[in-house]
Write a protein of this length. Structure first.
Length: 569
C-alpha cells in the first residue's frame, strides 16, 4: 500500500514539475516581453537561459546525499513556491525603482528559478527508485515530466494568458508547488519509511510558505498596482492584460491628458492625437475625392485603429458608403465603445451615435435589419442598452489573414488606412512585408489611396525608408510625409496609390497647397500644412539606396527597427 502511494505521489510530483517548469518559463518570458517589448528576442532569451540553468541544477543535484534527498526536495519546492510566486512582483518593482539594474535582477531571478527546477527531476528520480526499477524510473521520469509540460502549455493557452493577471498566475503555480511539498511530507515522511531524513522544521517551513503564498495571492494586485504606477507619469485609470497585449490608460493629474499604452509603448495622447489621426486620414480621403469623378460613395478599410479615432475622422465625410475596421484585440473595441474617456475622444464613432434600448420595432430612418450588440450599460429605467453599426463594420481578425482572404474574394476599397504598431517584433514585421503590401495594392480600387503610419523618419530612419521601398516594390507609388507629434516626436507616414494608375502624388499634393481647408472640419491639419509635410531635409531620404526591402522570409524592417531605431541622438 505504501509502495502504491509513493508511486502515485512521485508520478504526481513529476507531472507537477513539468507543468510548473513550463508555466514559470512562460510567465517570465511574457513579463519580459510586456516590459521590454520585442517578444521575438525576449521569449527565446528567457526560456533558453532558464533551460541552461535547469541543466546546471540537474548536474548539481548529484551532490545531494541520498538520505537527504527528501529534505532537499521539499526545500526546493518551498523555495520555488516563494520565488516563483513573487518573481513578477519583484521584477516589476525592480523595473520601477532600480531601472539601471533591472536586467540584472530579471535574469538573475530567471536563472535561479531554472536552477531550482533543474534540481527537481533528479531528486524525484532518486525517491522513485524505492518504488520502481532503474529502467522504469528513467522512462517514467522523462515521460511524466514531458506530460506535465504539455498540460502546462494547454493550461497557459486556454486558461491563463489573457484571462488571468500574470502575478495571479504565478501564485497559482506557487500553490501547486506547496501542495507537492505538503503531500510529500505527509505521505513519505509522516507515513513512510526511515530511508530518507527530514527535519521537523520542514513542517514549519511548509506552513510559513503557505502563509506567504496565500498572502501573496491576496495582496499581489495591490503590490502590482503600486509598482506599475511608478512606470507612468499619469494615474492609471484602466489596465488589463489580453491574450494579445497589455493595455494601460493613464490620466495626468494636472493637465488631464489621457494616454494609452500597449505593451508599454505609447499608442496615443489625448493632447495631440488629432495631429496624428488627421495626418493619417484626411490626405488620403481628400485625394480620393479628387479622383472620384463619378462621385460614388466611398468604401473605406481601416486596419488597426481600434481606439476609433481614425474612424471618427472618416465619419466626417458625407459620401461614405461603408467603413470596415479590422482590429485583432476585442478588448480595444470594448474600450472604445464603453470607456467614457475614449467615447469622448472618438466621438462614439464605433457606435454611430445611435444608442437605443432594444425594442421590437424602431422608427425610421434606421436600417431595415439592424445588427445589435450589447453596450453593457443601462438607461435610467435599468434597461439594457444596445448599439448597432450603421456604416461601420468591426471585425476581430488578424489583419494579415483578413487582407489575404479579401484579396482572394476580389473585394476592393477606395481608401485603405493602416494604423499598425511599429514593427518592433517579427509578427508585426510581416504586416510591413512586400507580400502584405502586394495584397493592399490588389484591394485598392482604380484611383484609390492608401495611407500608413511608418514610425519616425528621424529616430527609426532605416525602418521608415524600408517601408517606403517595400511598398514601391509591391507595385505602389508612394509619397512620404512627416509631422511633429509632441508625444511621439517626429513622425512619418506614406501616402500610396497603385502604380498602374499613373497618379502623380507630388503634383496632387501641390494642388492641395492652393486650398485653405479640407472638405470637412479639422482641428489641426490644413491642405497647406500637409503639402509642407511632404518636404524633408536632405539628410532624411538620402540613405535610401542601401536599404533592402522587407519580405516574409527576411523581415528587414524589423531588423532595421531593432538595430537602428530610437538610438540616442
Amino acid at each position: 500500500m505504501k509502495s502504491r502511494i509513493g508511486l502515485i505521489l512521485t508520478s504526481f510530483s513529476l507531472i507537477c514539475s513539468g507543468l510548473c517548469c513550463i508555466v514559470d518559463e512562460y510567465i517570465l518570458a511574457q513579463l519580459s516581453s510586456n516590459i521590454l517589448g520585442n517578444p521575438a528576442h525576449q521569449w527565446p532569451i528567457v526560456i533558453g537561459l532558464m533551460l541552461f540553468a535547469t541543466g546546471i541544477g540537474a548536474w548539481m543535484a548529484q551532490f545531494v546525499k541520498e538520505e537527504q534527498t527528501l529534505q532537499a526536495f521539499i526545500t526546493i519546492e518551498l523555495l520555488l513556491s516563494f520565488l516563483g510566486g513573487y518573481s513578477p512582483l519583484i521584477i516589476m518593482w525592480a523595473y520601477a525603482y532600480t531601472f539601471p539594474h533591472f536586467k540584472l535582477v530579471f535574469y538573475a531571478i530567471s536563472s535561479i528559478i531554472g536552477l531550482l527546477i533543474g534540481f527537481e527531476q533528479p531528486l524525484i528520480a532518486t525517491i522513485n527508485k524505492k518504488f520502481v526499477g532503474f529502467r522504469s524510473n528513467i522512462s517514467m521520469t522523462i515521460s511524466l515530466d514531458v506530460l506535465g509540460a504539455a498540460i502546462g502549455t494547454l493550461i497557459w493557452i486556454k486558461f491563463l494568458v489573457g484571462k488571468v493577471e500574470i502575478y495571479h498566475a504565478a501564485f497559482m503555480v506557487t500553490l501547486l508547488n506547496l501542495s507537492v511539498a505538503l503531500l510529500t511530507y505527509y505521505f513519505l515522511v509522516r507515513h513512510g519509511s526511515d530511508e530518507f531524513q527530514t527535519s521537523r522544521r520542514t513542517l514549519v517551513g511548509i506552513a510559513f510558505a503557505t502563509i506567504l503564498g496565500i498572502g501573496g495571492m491576496y495582496f499581489s494586485a495591490d503590490l502590482a498596482d503600486v509598482a506599475e504606477q511608478q512606470l507612468y507619469t499619469g494615474k492609471i485609470i484602466h489596465k488589463e492584460s489580453t491574450r494579445y497585449q497589455r493595455i494601460v490608460m493613464t490620466e495626468h493629474p494636472k493637465t488631464g491628458d489621457v494616454m494609452m499604452y500597449l505593451n508599454g509603448g505609447l499608442q496615443f495622447c489625448s493632447k495631440d492625437e488629432n495631429r496624428y489621426h488627421e495626418n493619417l486620414v484626411h490626405p488620403a480621403m481628400k485625394l480620393r475625392n479628387m479622383t472620384n469623378e463619378a462621385q460614388t460613395p466611398l468604401d473605406v478599410l481601416v486596419l488597426g485603429g481600434g481606439d476609433g479615432m481614425a474612424v471618427r475622422e472618416i465619419r466626417k465625410y458625407p459620401n461614405i458608403n461603408s467603413i470596415t475596421l479590422v482590429e485583432l484585440d476585442p478588448a480595444m473595441i470594448n474600450l472604445a465603445t464603453q470607456h467614457p474617456k475614449l467615447l469622448e475622444y472618438n466621438d462614439s464613432s464605433l457606435i454611430g451615435g445611435n444608442i437605443r434600448t432594444l425594442i421590437p420595432e424602431l422608427p425610421e430612418p434606421y436600417i431595415e435589419e439592424p445588427v445589435y450588440s450589447p453596450l453593457n450599460r443601462k438607461d435610467a429605467e435599468g434597461n439594457e442598452l444596445y448599439y448597432f453599426m450603421d456604416t461601420v463594420s468591426v471585425l476581430h481578425q488578424d489583419a494579415y489573414n483578413f487582407v489575404e482572404q479579401i484579396a482572394q474574394e476580389g473585394k476592393q476599397y477606395d481608401v485603405i488606412l493602416i494604423d499598425f504598431p511599429d514593427p518592433r517584433n517579427e509578427s508585426l514585421g510581416k504586416l510591413y512585408s512586400k507580400y502584405f503590401f502586394t495584397r493592399i495594392r490588389l484591394l485598392l480600387k482604380s484611383g484609390g489611396f492608401a495611407a500608413i503610419q511608418a514610425s519616425s523618419p528621424v529616430h527609426a530612419n532605416h525602418a521608415y525608408l524600408c517601408v517606403g521601398k517595400t511598398m514601391t516594390a509591391a507595385g505602389l507609388r508612394v509619397l512620404p510625409y512627416h509631422d511633429n507629434i509632441p508625444s511621439f516626436n517626429e513622425w512619418g507616414w506614406y501616402l500610396a496609390a497603385r502604380q498602374d494608375d499613373q497618379i502623380n502624388l507630388p503634383r496632387m499634393a501641390e494642388q492641395l497647397y492652393a486650398l485653405e481647408h479640407f472638405d470637412v472640419p479639422t482641428s489641426y491639419l490644413t491642405p497647406k500644412k500637409f503639402f509642407s509635410n511632404t518636404i524633408f531635409g536632405k539628410d532624411i531620404l538620402m540613405n535610401a539606396d542601401g536599404i533592402e526591402i522587407s519580405t516574409l522570409s527576411n523581415p528587414r524592417v524589423y531588423y532595421y527597427y531593432v538595430q537602428y531605431g530610437w538610438k540616442v541622438m
